[in-house]
Design a protein around this ligand. Structure first.
Ligand code: BEZ
Length: 210
């Protein structure tokens, strides 16, 4: 069954390039991003895995642990990693799950048979510290993902997890945010000491609170 926002991220134990991982234990109290790629030794995937390695510091800053997955074997992953390092000028710094029996891929509904029977599509699951799924994304094999956008969404998700705010279209870290409609005007001063601008009763902006 498809995984929906707010669901507890299904747990699993799997072999990875960094040893056997029990997903929930491995996450600990951190956030996670579980992302699938279609196939080892393919060009778009090589650039994606390199990009995430390059952005690892940005994920660390946000307390987010990345983990990749495909239905290839551990042997295949281990043979491919030197190519990623060489061509993307990185040292891979997060685990890749080997899932040749498709246990995790099926658990997370990452194989879309009408797109392709043989490999996972480009799925993304962002998981919060409460182990709940905060974001799902599905891209086709032919389109590499924009991991800067995924970091931007994580910034928004973490803001809304800590404050009663939402973020407007095209919002970027540091820009004004929207006060949740559930907050009454008279509660705003205490909750948002930086002040607010009221455009409509339902559209109230405040400087980013953190
Ligand atoms: C790629 O990563 O380049 C790719 C993988 C599977 C199908 C198409 C492209």
């Amino acid at each position: 069954m498809a995984i929906r926002l707010g669901d507890i991220a299904p747990d699993f134990t799997a072999e990875t390039t960094e040893g056997v991982v029990n997903f929930q234990e491995w996450l600990g109290d951190k956030w996670g991003i579980l992302f699938s790629h279609p196939k080892d030794f393919t060009p778009v995937c090589t650039t994606e895995l390199g990009t995430v390695a390059r952005l690892k510091g940005e994920f660390d800053k946000r307390n987010v642990k990345p983990i990749a997955i495909s239905v290839d074997s551990l042997e295949s992953h281990n043979q491919w990693v030197p190519d990623i390092n060489e061509t993307q000028h990185v040292t891979l710094n997060y685990p890749i799950i080997a899932d040749p029996e498709r246990k995790v891929a099926n658990l997370y509904d990452m194989i879309h048979p009408n797109a392709n029977d043989n490999f996972t599509v480009r799925s993304v699951f962002v998981i919060g510290a409460d182990k709940k799924v905060k974001l799902t994304l599905t891209y086709p094999a032919s389109t590499g993902r924009n991991f800067d956008e995924i970091l931007r969404v994580i910034d928004s998700l973490q803001l809304t997890a800590n404050y009663s705010v939402a973020t407007p279209a095209n919002w970027k870290n540091g820009e004004d945010v929207i006060i949740a409609p559930a907050i009454k005007d008279e509660e705003i001063a205490a909750k948002f000491p930086k002040g607010f601008t009221k455009i409509k009763p339902y559209l109230r902006y405040t400087p980013q609170p953190n």
